[in-house]
Write a protein that binds this ligand. Structure first.
Ligand code: SF4
Length: 429
């Protein structure tokens, strides 16, 4: 039996897209290999949103070239958003002539046909517009957790981001189709379903707004959670937060990337909100959902960012007290507006700022974590390893506790007993 191996780079969206690629390959009779070295088909599902992911792809291609030299029958396929960046497919063709198939995000569902075609010739096909059907088979990796795309692309054009150029304009999936998919996942025992989109709050698939989709998805029998990501602060409405508050089946957690606390930098980033408007949204969330978990992304070293601008980000982090914060150093992406801006910041300054921000968040996280000792949370146990269970609460608190194998995939009540290195430990009650 022929085997495939998928190398996935980038975000959750790509991880889910790899499940769709696996679905196509299983349907054609292939099985999964444990490594590139064992595979007859090697796929690289790429991401060009961050430079590091792109660099890793190019590094791995060097290793794959050697595999192909030893085993020439191996089919190598590059897909995902990296080949959709202008000039990249051409560069890959020249630099890595051993690649058999180069395709983009919009036509990945045709992988099976391209594999047939590639028996006779190299296939390079990049579509600039999506024409994909939603009924592509999916081979899900998780037994209890599943991802469901509700929309694709983005219309926001943040000045540092390549997504709208490579993933296209916003397209929402049909409301009924999503409801049917989630209903079938719940029926099949999935306990945590995460709705995916670059900007889920601007979902427009037949429902007046995203809140109505959440309400419809919370109507199924059984215990399960609906989560979603990512939310653009400008599009998060009170109706969505009210929908979250209306049912225990919608997790009380929101990832709301702010990116900077400086209004001047937010304007240069084209984020379309001020720090004050962002803080109003945080207040609105906490008014309806006092115990909600809130996380965010912050970027340091955006072009022209001064020490004063950076300190505005620190100030905002102190005000919000995020449960979790993902910090990034700005890196140039060719083809974006920010790449052409004057005032690029040197690496030493960027590194110094990110280290200070990480330290600040560590201290805030530690203080918050200590305040949870003695509280009991309902958690979904995601896995059990060596007698330790790992789970998350509805408000996204990660907790470990002594557990047995049969606890995996179950909802359990866990009391927090200890905090070590900002990590919550608890006991089953
Ligand atoms: S909202 Fe901004 S950062 Fe997010 S995908 Fe769209 S353009 Fe990129």
């Amino acid at each position: 039996m022929k085997k495939f191996y998928i190398n996935t780079y980038g975000c959750q969206m790509n991880v889910h897209e790899s499940e769709k690629l696996a679905g196509i390959l299983y349907e054609r009779g292939y099985i999964r290999a444990d490594s590139n070295e064992e595979a007859d088909i090697i796929l690289l599902n790429t991401c060009c949103i961050r430079e590091t992911a792109e660099t890793r792809v190019l590094g791995n291609l060097g290793i794959i070239k050697k595999i192909k030299e030893k085993r020439p029958h191996v089919m190598v396929c590059i897909c995902g958003c990296m080949p959709q960046k202008p000039g990249t497919a051409e560069m890959l063709k020249k630099r890595c002539p051993f690649i058999d198939i180069i395709i983009g995000t919009h036509n990945m569902y045709k992988l099976g046909e391209y594999l047939d075609e590639a028996q006779h010739k190299k296939v390079v096909e990049i579509w600039d517009k999506e024409r994909e059907p939603e009924n592509a088979p999916i081979h899900r990796d998780g037994k209890f957790s599943a991802w469901v795309n509700i929309m694709y692309g983005c219309d926001n054009f943040c000045s540092y981001c390549i997504v709208p150029y490579v993933r296209g304009r916003e397209r929402s999936r049909d409301f009924d189709e999503i409801v049917a998919e989630v209903g079938s996942l719940v029926k099949n025992g999935y306990k945590e379903i995460t709705l995916l989109g670059q900007n889920v709050n601007s979902y427009k698939g037949g429902a007046p707004e995203f809140g109505n989709l959440l309400r419809a998805l919370s109507q199924f029998d059984g215990e399960y959670w609906i989560k979603f990501m990512t939310s653009h602060p400008k599009d998060l409405t009170e109706d969505v937060v009210k929908a979250m508050a209306s049912s225990d089946k919608i997790a009380k957690f929101i990832h709301l990337p702010v990116q900077s606390g400086s209004d001047r930098i937010l304007k240069l980033m084209n984020r379309k909100y001020t720090s004050g408007e962002y803080l109003d949204k945080i207040k609105m969330i906490r008014d309806h959902l006092p115990d909600a978990g809130i996380s965010s992304d912050i970027m340091v070293g955006f072009p022209t960012e001064t020490e004063e601008d950076y300190l505005c980000s620190e100030d905002l982090v102190k005000k919000v007290k995020y449960n979790n914060l993902f910090t990034f150093i700005y890196s140039r992406r060719s083809g974006t507006v920010a790449d052409k801006m004057d005032g690029q910041i040197d690496l030493k300054t960027k590194t110094d700022r990110i280290e200070r921000l990480i330290k600040l968040q560590f201290d805030i996280g530690n203080e918050l974590a200590r305040s949870y000792i003695g509280n009991t949370y309902r958690i979904l146990c995601e896995r059990v390893e060596n007698g330790i269970g790992y789970g998350k609460s509805s408000c996204d608190k990660s907790i470990s506790f002594e557990a047995s194998e049969e606890n995996a995939g179950k909802f359990l009540n866990v009391k927090i007993t200890e905090v070590k290195n900002n990590k919550l430990k608890g006991e089953l009650i």
